[in-house]
Write a protein that binds this ligand. Structure first.
Ligand code: IPE
Ligand code: IPE
Ligand code: MG
Length: 243
């Protein structure tokens, strides 16, 4: 299918998985896989925008990933530092608007500063809305949202009866971002690993065995083609849409 003619989802969320196994299969250290994986993020951002995708949200580091060996966590943070620098340039070049979701509190100050700089510098950009989930966990995001809501109730800014789905969503890290239409997870695992549990309520899921560093534009097209061949529902019945 010609990509220009392809009907693309507005928002794709990706669980970038399999960097470690990909590297190991090549006799290389896991961190080599992470480095190649981060380069692939750059490539897929460009391809996604070229295809007409407006929002791309990637899972880069979960709240559970702190449980990995210290050497791997350190290497991931180092990679992140460098990535932020590259991203600042790419955002300028491609007009990308960058957002970071997750709990920034435990990150080192220099990383926090770089995130702030990146978000500020790209705030008014009109290209791809690129969101990086960093120290992100959906349960943690919901708990942080609930705490802020509870505090607003105590302060008299909010009444419990005013809380509905729309208001709750406005307290989440993803407040400004529409829900994903399509979720992609690479490298064969069939789980969400605490990713966007609220936001993925009605998204289509696509799982592939391809590890993240090998996930090319062609693989992205395959995922979108499969998405297009599905009959999306939002709780209604087919007949309702036909009449
Ligand atoms: C995904 O690759 C990247 C991160 C979670 C940071 P993994 O590191 O999970 O690679 P595998 O799943 O162990 O192969
Ligand atoms: C999910 O991948 C988190 C990221 C991709 C950042 P993991 O590899 O950490 O997830 P599990 O441990 O297989 O569930
Ligand atoms: Mg993994």
């Amino acid at each position: 299918m010609e990509e220009e003619k392809m009907n693309v989802p507005q928002h794709i969320a990706i669980i970038l998985d399999g960097n470690g196994r990909w590297a190991k299969a090549k006799g290389m250290p896991r961190n080599y896989g992470h480095a190649q994986g981060s380069k692939n993020v750059e490539r897929i951002c460009e391809e996604a925008w070229r295809m007409g995708i407006k929002y791309l949200t990637v899972y880069a580091f979960s709240t559970e990933n702190w449980n990995r060996p210290k050497s791997e966590v350190d290497a991931l943070m180092k990679l992140l530092r460098n990535y932020m620098k590259t991203c600042l340039k790419t955002a300028e070049k491609n007009d990308m608007k960058i957002r970071v979701i997750g709990d920034m509190t435990p990150l080192d100050d220099d990383i926090k500063n770089r995130i702030h700089e990146l978000e500020e510098a790209s705030r008014n950009n009109g290209g791809l809305n690129f969101t990086i989930a960093l120290n992100y966990g959906s349960r943690d995001e919901m708990v942080r949202a609930m705490r802020r809501m509870a505090a607003d109730c105590v302060d008299g800014k909010l009444k419990p009866e005013e809380i509905d789905e729309k208001l709750y969503a406005s307290y989440l890290d993803t407040a400004e971002i529409p829900d994903p239409d399509l979720l992609i997870r690479t490298s064969g695992e069939l789980r969400l690993s605490n990713y966007l549990l609220w936001q993925l309520a009605y998204s289509e899921f696509y799982f592939t065995d391809v590890p993240w560093p090998d996930f090319t534009k062609e693989e992205l097209i395959k995922a979108i083609e499969q998405y297009n061949s599905r009959d999306r529902r939002f709780g209604g019945i087919k007949e309702e849409q036909d009449v």
